[in-house]
Design a protein around this ligand. Structure first.
Ligand SMILES: Cc1cc2nc3c(=O)[nH]c(=O)nc-3n(C[C@H](O)[C@H](O)[C@H](O)COP(=O)(O)OP(=O)(O)OC[C@H]3O[C@@H](n4cnc5c(N)ncnc54)[C@H](O)[C@@H]3O)c2cc1C
Length: 379
């Protein structure tokens, strides 16, 4: 087993870090305050090549491996968790085309996504269907050379500004996860409308919207894969994306640790810096150890992602553990800052709010535990 990085992995991590330090760190607090979607920075992210890291060179990506991709996610999210979420949603929305798209679909949707010319979103969740995909009620009915899509999706990151949306809808009557199909819906599709933008606790500039489909016309050529194969495709996309969320979590936890280390070295109480207090040193040691453990789970899942076979268990373990580590790290960082940590003047206040989403989106922690337990007990 080799724990060292290749030159390519290191160079992509450096590229992401230099972009993050230059473009993301400076305005992160202001973007959190305004809650405005940073379209200008997303364009720059694309120009830097960071929106197609692991997509094949043939389709305009860098063609790097998933470890490189995760190193970049960690650096971006260290600097700005909201930008990590925007980027994660972009990959979530374009990975289906990468995995199941025809050459024609890849030309039209993957190439511009990899180049950052088109922003993607992924629309699964509905007001009545979150963890339970079997209760999705958005329908897609075939009419000649098109499908008529009707329904409402909500909490969709990038949804209001994306150039296209990968959407899961029901093509067969009945309940359950059978009969689901995935489509690519263009922003300008007739019958598609952007609804309410949510006012969120954290990752506030990674805006989420309600999306409304009223007899929305989607050309049949925009179907991803076959009718009824949607559930399997969505689960594969989610498995892969959960590794990205775990990498985001590692970056966010690291930001909390660095802020805590800095503050603890500067803050003097009882005549000496609080970093000399054994109780706080123990907290810092626990934070660092947990972050490294989470990182190893991320790297294992990323390594598996580039190889054949399902990664459900390893991806869920990485997502579950890393998101809980990020939450604990943010909690401890606020504690180490004392009352100052409760104030918006210090970044840890934002880190605490941002970290909370990691245990919810792309499958809650409860759902990750169910996935892991199911894999353990499979006959
Ligand atoms: C900021 C943000 C961004 C998001 N971005 C996207 C996006 O881009 N695209 C998208 O499609 N969705 C997105 N989502 C939706 C997100 O994935 C869902 O919110 C999440 O999967 C949970 O669904 P829910 O909110 O309906 O909760 P519910 O499914 O209603 O769950 C409520 C509670 O019940 C628990 N629970 C549910 N079922 C079980 C069970 N069987 N056993 C034990 N516990 C259970 C859950 O863990 C949770 O604690 C986003 C959400 C947020 C908040």
């Amino acid at each position: 087993m080799d724990f060292s990085f290749t030159d390519e992995q290191l160079s992509i991590a450096r590229l992401a870090k230099s972009f993050a330090v230059r473009e993301l760190l400076p305005g992160a607090a202001e973007r959190d305050e305004s809650g405005e979607f940073p379209l200008d920075i997303v364009r720059k992210l694309g120009e830097a090549g960071l929106m197609g890291i692991s997509y094949p060179e043939e389709w305009g990506g860098i063609g790097a491996d998933s470890i490189s991709h995760m190193l970049a996610m960690e650096e971006i999210s260290y600097a700005c968790a909201a930008m990590g979420s925007i980027l994660g949603a972009h990959y979530l929305g374009s990975d289906g085309v990468n995995l199941a798209g025809t050459d024609q679909q890849k030309e039209r949707y993957l190439r511009p996504a990899a180049a950052g010319e088109k922003l993607a979103a992924f629309a699964l969740t509905e007001p009545g269907a979150g963890s339970d995909l079997g209760s999705l009620s958005t329908t897609a009915v075939r009419k000649g050379d098109r499908y008529i899509v009707s329904g409402v999706k909500h909490f969709i990151t990038n949804g209001g500004v994306a150039d296209y949306i990968t959407l899961c809808a029901r093509t067969e009557r009945g309940e359950g996860t059978r009969g689901l199909t995935v489509f690519i819906v263009d922003r300008g599709a007739p019958g598609f409308r952007v609804g309410t933008k949510e006012n969120k606790m954290g990752i506030r500039s990674a805006c989420t919207w309600e999306l409304v489909f009223e007899d929305c016309e989607v050309p049949a050529e925009n179907r991803l894969g076959e009718e009824g194969e949607g559930y399997r495709l969505v689960m594969t996309i989610l498995d892969r994306a959960r590794v990205e969320v775990a990498a985001m979590a590692v970056g966010m936890a690291r930001a909390s640790l660095d802020a805590a280390l800095k503050y603890a070295a500067e803050r003097v109480q009882f005549g000496k810096p609080i970093i000399t207090q054994p109780v706080l040193r123990e907290m810092l040691a626990d934070m660092a150890t947990e972050i490294d453990a989470a990182r190893l789970l991320v790297y294992r899942a990323a390594w598996l992602k580039d190889r054949p076979g399902r990664i459900s268990k390893e991806a869920s373990m990485a997502k579950l553990y890393a998101s809980e580590v990020a939450m604990r790290a943010a909690h401890r960082a606020v504690q180490i800052h004392g009352g100052y940590g409760y104030m918006k003047d210090y970044a840890v206040e934002r880190y605490f709010r941002d970290a909370r989403i990691l245990e919810i989106f792309e499958g809650t922690s409860q759902i990750q535990r169910i996935v892991i337990a199911n894999q353990l007990t499979r006959g």
